[in-house]
Design a protein around this ligand. Sequence first.
Ligand code: ADA
Length: 562
Amino acid sequence: MKRFINEHEKRRSVSLDGLWRFITDKEDRGLSLGYEKGLPSEAKSTYVPSVFASTPALLGYEGVCWYERKVFIEQGTVRLHFGAVMTECAVYLDGERIGTHYGGFCEFEFVLNIESAGEHLLVVSVDNRFDAHSIPQAVVDWYHHGGITRSVTLEYLSGVSVLKNHMHYTLSEDLTFAEVSFEVDVFGAEAGEGTLKITLENEVLCTAAVSVAKGEKKTVMTDTVKVENIRLWSLGKAELYTLRAETETDDLIDRVGFRKIETDGYKILLNGKPFLIKGVNRHEEHPDLGFAFPEAMMGRDIELIEDLGCNSIRGSHYPNARPFLDMLDEHGICFWSEIPFWGVGFEPETVADPTVVARGLEMMREMVHYYYNHPSILIFGMHNEMPTQTEPTLALTKQLHAILKEKGGNRLTVFASHKPLEDICFAYSDLYCVNDYHGWYMYDLEGTADFVKKIQARIEAEGLPPRPMVMSEFGAAAIYGKRDFDTEIWSENYQARLLDYCIRLFLSDEKFGGCYIWHFADARTSFKNLNRARGFNNKGIFSEYRKPKLAYDSVKKVYHEF
Ligand code: ADA
């Protein structure tokens, strides 16, 4: 799959990015017309990965589109991996449906048996419409993109193959050694026996004999081994290890890091030392290319974010592309990764809907499955601004929390609340994260201080444990280029003053673990539902083309002071 590291030396992998055939299907008649067996001659050429809306005529399009390409595939077992498809898709090979997937930001894969070598026809139908069970719901503050938005890869599996390798570890009290074990999924591309070997850097840590039937998937839990003289992964100092799981015929290579994140009263501790979050929210959205965000620009965004003095990014509001996470691992930047439960559109009854719950739990499992080893993910987010004052959200939170506590590794488990004075879910969050826009929607900037005190008093009165509070969103919209008196809303000046005021307030409060500015760069928003100026969420410190607003200097100054 697309990463910034080589995941395989033995396994052969073919990128299916590039030119595909493409056609819209507004009436959703493609299946009755037999599109799964081949697109009609009117189909045009398009580039994958991309979004529908990068074609100007398709700006605002909501419906089905079909993609097709011919692929030469050899006989044997292959793994077909999709980085992300917005939002729902069905995949066909030679006219036969091989599977479906729901959820626009999560990776998924199919393992297939190819009977004969030759040219095969791969067809994907992609539907970006909302339904009653959508996550998010139709009312959402980002653009309703559609498309095959991240890379597609075909890999050849042979013999005993390795599909997953999660490294579990516990660091010693003094953080000098770790007790390490591995959870490895092996798969029988052919029936057989083999030896699974796990190597960290150049040291073989475990070997295990494995035998699988053809098509059988097994999870191997290795013994625990001790790794001495640990080099710790920490902020700005990203010590990474190469982890390799291999059999005689196949391999899976990853990069891992050792670090410990925990809280102690009002403090967040990273490797035992206080860690004050100086964060920013970021949409992985490009004004022209949408969610098919270019990799070179990911690197530039990280540089701008580091320059601002930030040590953490909240991937609002969905799992980001893996290459971006590879970069964060390497830069030593903390990442908050969440699933797209974006609450404003959700009524409590919808939160209780079994299809919504099942989709949400599956998204969480997928995020944990694929993102588990990234050391930069210090925080896993369950949801944002859901109706957390109601029982259905409490029930959902408990289930998401249970997945994360059982399977999520050493991470803080959180959600972002906009109902902090009524919230009944706070017991299930390691940080008390609040989104608040006093200085914007209420136009009462100085009211922020009182509001914070009220939240802290309520948390105490409810008998909730002392935990760090984090302002997970705050900010003001500023139209790029509108420089004015700082009393004028929509001006860059007012935004700069608001951010300076809020950051000082939050970071000097000893009950705070940090804050995340809303947001890094202006991002295109929902076409129909939100009446936003320019059709953008304009609260970026940068314009959508990454031109700095005045807030860039004020944020940089204040973040460097703390
Ligand atoms: C919410 C939401 C963000 C954004 C923000 C705003 O807090 O979580 O995605 O919509 O409001 O700009 O109003």
